[in-house]
Design a protein around this ligand. Structure first.
Ligand code: GP9
Ligand code: MN
Length: 615
């Protein structure tokens, strides 16, 4: 054996270096909670399983091909590791295979990506230079030899057994409850970053085949689940906004923690605060978007189905049959349209919008964009609102118009002359800059309302404003806690995922109220269906009317975290929702199972394309 190892020093060197690098990067990058020593050991050892297999395959090659093989393998795996490290910095998640079809979005992401790269990232690649140097300059330093299978059967058998043992050890569940299917942290922990992709490819194939095997029988259990938790829409509001225009605004990355708050003594959202006084304001709505972020929120607003756990459903399931709100409105004579000053291939919107029932949509080319009126991701929100209003004035009534703002997008860039309030002062530039950009979007909303009034459209329009997803990522919570004045523990971190939802119906100011019901993005559409007086039975919706007096407090997030009025379950821990005390997991089991079923059945509808079978 020693001779074998000695003969393959180059392979062992490359393998050892990559293993060490993977361990260091994974530990520093992925914010995983290790509950047991065994988990920590498995986490350290598990990349080795994949590396042993992939590197030992190189031994079968002729000696002259081996060095380039090891170098290329090291390079590819370094790229995988590095991309994930960069992605995790902002999204606290790992890249999944369906996201690769979203790579067309990468060009527009450049502002964000540059913000995430740092000078010390060169350390990710140092070993490759060393390996390259040895390869070219000192080949005699580490020898390579072919190890044909027939001569080294026992060695390959040992490698296979070691790799299999490592993978098996990772599957021993050390926690005291059921599955973790929606939580990728667990998969990374038990499989390691490389094996994760084998698992992800497997999931990819099995989910794709679900369409083929699905049939109408699947509906029975799904419908039973929906019925079990259904809540009668509030009859007091049925048709309250019937035949009115609808303007629905996606407030890019606006979170609830800024509402009715100040920074440096100045209000962050003065206009929204004013508006809330005359509106229905839902203060406990949780972000349920997945990796498709803005588009996932749009998907929920249109379908009241959960987006998927992997990739953006706008990309992966653009051919499915849906029962969307815009189409329902179009069929009753509404002019349905969407406004967003970005190229419409982003998130596949050019395909999804018509499919969801938007009669037309306005995109990048429909706006006049100059250096002066754009920043970061593109057209500034105020200019976006003003230019969109030119079109809105002309479209036939009644209309349903969605508008997607953009200025308050990571990394929150804004020219000082557009600052209505001063940035915050903490160690994190992201946290500091977030406040003036939110404030800027707030100002854009004031202008939208003013212009709607001027155009004579305000009185007959219902306004729906929602935060599309979180803005400040977990990696900045330490600095954010400086502003918040409390430590962001795991339960508080879930609470920070709240996004504002405001429904403003002119003429209903008397009914204005702050609702503390716990819900999520998926609950907005059923609320609107009731307000607009549309027949509910035409849609399969997982959400429930937010105004219903019957609904219980419940929201599940895409990573499986869940929230009720009593408990918060996240990161494998059950918390008391009111005081943050850690409870035994038993207290969360019921809600946990409900959440798991919600996601499972909603996914089943999408993966199986079940809406093609009339229910
Ligand atoms: C892009 C915009 C931003 O058009 O919707 O997307 P996000 O990065 O927030 O998902
Ligand atoms: Mn967004």
């Amino acid at each position: 054996m020693m001779k074998f190892l000695y003969q393959h020093r180059f392979m062992l060197f490359c393998l050892g270096v990559l293993w060490l690098k993977t361990y260091i990067v994974s530990t520093l990058t992925f914010q995983l909670t290790m509950n047991q020593v065994l988990e920590a050991i498995v986490f350290a050892v598990n990349p080795l399983a994949f590396l042993l297999v992939i590197f030992s395959l190189g031994l079968l090659l002729k000696a002259k091909y081996q060095r380039p093989y090891y170098f290329i393998v090291s390079l590819i795996l370094t790229v995988v590791l590095y991309s994930n490290a960069v992605y995790y910095r902002e999204f606290s998640d790992i890249i999944t295979l369906p996201m690769l079809v979203m790579s067309g979005n990468a060009g527009d992401l450049s502002t964000s990506v540059f913000e995430l790269i740092t000078w010390y990232d060169v350390f990710f690649f140092v070993d490759l230079f060393i390996i390259g140097y040895i390869m070219v300059k000192k080949p005699e330093f580490f020898t390579v030899n072919k190890a044909p299978f027939r001569n080294s059967k026992s060695k390959y058998a040992i490698i296979a057994v070691v790799a299999a043992t490592i993978v098996f050890a990772g599957q021993i569940d050390t926690t005291d409850h059921r599955t973790h299917s929606f939580n990728r942290d667990h998969a990374i922990k038990s499989l390691g970053v490389y094996n994760f992709y084998i698992y992800d490819a497997f999931i990819h194939m099995t989910t794709n085949s679900q369409t083929v095997f699905a049939d109408r029988e699947d509906w029975e259990t799904i419908q039973a689940h929906i019925d079990k938790y259904a809540a009668e829409p509030n009859p007091q509001f049925t048709g309250a906004a019937e035949d009115m225009n609808v303007v629905m605004v996606s407030l890019e990355s606006v979170e609830s923690f800024v509402i009715n708050e100040t920074v440096n003594g100045e209000e962050i959202t003065p206009f929204l605060n004013e508006l809330i006084e005359d509106s229905f304001y839902f203060e406990n709505i949780y972000d349920q978007a997945g990796q498709g972020k803005t588009s996932d929120a749009e998907f929920m607003m249109s379908n009241s189905l959960y987006p998927l756990g992997r990739g953006a459903v706008f990309h992966t399931h653009d051919e499915n049959i849906y029962t969307p709100l815009p189409r329902a409105l179009k069929e009753t004579g509404y002019h349905t349209t969407s406004f967003h000053a970005n190229v419409d291939t982003f998130y596949n919107r050019n395909v999804m919008y018509p499919h969801l029932g938007f009669k037309d949509h306005y995109e990048l080319d429909d706006y006049e964009i100059t250096d002066e009126n754009s920043v970061g991701w593109g057209l500034k929100d105020i200019d976006f609102v003003k230019q969109s209003m030119e079109y809105i004035r002309e479209i036939p009534e009644p209309f349903y118009a969605t508008m997607l703002t953009l200025t308050n997008h990571f990394p929150y860039e804004l020219d000082p002359e557009d600052h209505y309030i001063k940035p915050y002062d903490s160690e994190s530039d992201i946290v500091n800059r977030y406040f003036p950009t939110v404030r800027y979007t707030d100002e854009a909303m004031r202008i939208l309302f003013d212009e709607m009034k001027e155009a004579g459209l305000y009185e007959n329009t219902m306004f729906v404003l929602y935060g599309d997803h979180y803005g400040i990522a977990e990696s900045h919570y330490e600095d954010l806690s400086d502003y918040l004045g409390y430590e962001v523990t795991d339960d508080e971190s879930v609470k920070l995922d709240r996004v504002p939802v405001i429904i403003h119906i002119p003429g209903m100011e008397e009914e204005a109220k702050i609702f503390d019901t716990v819900g999520g993005h998926i609950d907005v559409m059923p609320t609107l269906i009731n307000l607009l007086g549309l027949p509910e039975e035409n849609h399969v919706m997982f959400g429930r009317d937010l105004l219903s007096e019957e609904r219980d407090d419940f929201a599940v997030q895409r990573d499986g975290s869940l929230i009720t009025d009593e408990v918060i379950y996240t990161k494998e821990t059950c918390f008391n929702a009111s005081n943050g005390d850690i409870l035994s997991v038993e207290n969360c089991i019921e809600a946990f199972e409900r959440g798991e079923n919600e996601l499972f059945y909603s996914d089943k509808v999408i993966y199986g394309d079940l809406l093609r079978f009339p229910n």
